[in-house]
Design a protein around this ligand. Structure first.
Ligand code: 8YV
Length: 317
């Protein structure tokens, strides 16, 4: 029987589905796999279903010559924690779960956009503190989103879902920066990242993580943004140079930020946590039961197809 390691507790329905096809080993621990455990797992299991945090770097594969493991079926669309090329070099396929995460992640982008622009986190803290003294005509005025301009970095599935919400739901103009021009079913203007930064009232990061986009949003980009503008990141933390973000927020270079992801999760710099104009969520992008189930089913289907000798639907390497 094919042995598969699942590195974290997934919804029961997903585990039941996986058990129909494989002999499952469920690692029921909160912490991601450590390097030694990864190397052991590559030797012991035919397939692994890893999650965010399981850092399969080139080092993890370095000692694996012809490993027993032939596939890493990642739970999630972002697989920048897996060195897919190093995996391929030792004969391991890598798959992900695109599509399943799109709408939920776009919804969290809108949540952060609204919370940051309309100062919802700050307002909630005021009420909770018991220090709210009552409605005032000029109290806690935020940025009105209707008719404003959103600039989206990365116009893949999630970027497009965010753009649709902004355009059809909020009547916003859409700018985007992307390597290629996209055929879109809504109006949107493609610009260079810096031109986008200068014109957008809200910038949303929706590009893939990884070494190519490391610190893509740094001092130059942030200083190009308008003083009343907000930054939202639902992609990967290290796309933003967090130290630069703190500096530019401190200088008043932008009005606020809404973040779901961080450079060194779960560490969030004290300076960010202390800022009233920053909304901080604990990587909630796909955190809804049916979404996690859909992601799990996709990962299991990738494993099933692979071991049945078919091409896994979401092969990335
Ligand atoms: C997932 C994500 O929850 O799909 C992704 O890339 O960032 C998340 O929302 C996470 O990756 C689970 O492994």
């Amino acid at each position: 029987m094919t042995r598969v390691l699942i590195t974290r507790r997934l919804p029961d329905t997903v585990l039941q589905e996986a058990e129909k096809h494989f002999e499952i080993e469920l690692r029921d621990e909160a912490a991601p796999l450590k390097l030694g455990q990864m190397r052991g797992a590559l030797a012991l299991y035919d397939g692994i279903l890893p999650t965010l945090g399981d850092l399969f770097s080139a080092e993890a594969f370095a000692e694996a010559e012809n490993p027993r493991c032939k596939i890493l079926a990642n739970f999630g669309v972002g697989y920048n924690h897996i060195d897919a090329e190093a995996a391929r070099a030792v004969g391991i396929a890598v798959t992900n779960t695109p599509g399943a995460v799109t709408d939920a992640t776009a919804d969290v982008a809108m949540t952060l956009m609204l919370m940051s622009a309309r100062r919802a986190g700050e307002g909630e803290r005021l009420v909770r503190s018991g220090r709210w003294t009552g409605w005032q005509p000029t109290q806690m005025l935020g940025l009105h989103l209707s008719g404003k301009t959103v600039g989206i970095l990365g116009m893949g599935r999630i970027g497009q879902a965010i753009a649709r919400r902004c355009h059809f739901g909020f009547g916003m103009d859409v700018l985007y920066a992307n390597r290629s021009v996209k055929e879109l079913d809504f109006p949107a203007e493609k610009l260079s990242p810096l031109a986008l930064a200068a014109r957008a009232d809200v910038v949303v990061i929706a590009m893939p993580g990884g070494s190519e986009t490391h610190h893509f949003v740094g001092t130059e980009f942030l200083r190009a943004m308008q003083g009343h503008a907000h930054l939202v990141n639902i992609a990967r933390g290290n796309i933003v140079d967090e130290a630069a973000l703190i500096r530019v927020l401190d200088e008043g270079g932008i009005a606020g930020a809404g973040l779901d992801v961080y450079e060194h999760e779960p560490e969030v710099p004290e300076a960010l946590r202390a800022m009233e104009n920053v909304v901080l969520l604990p990587h909630l992008g796909t955190a809804a039961l049916e979404v996690r189930e859909a992601m799990g089913y996709m990962a299991v289907e990738n494993l099933r197809a692979f071991f049945a000798g078919e091409a896994p639907p979401n092969l990335v390497n």
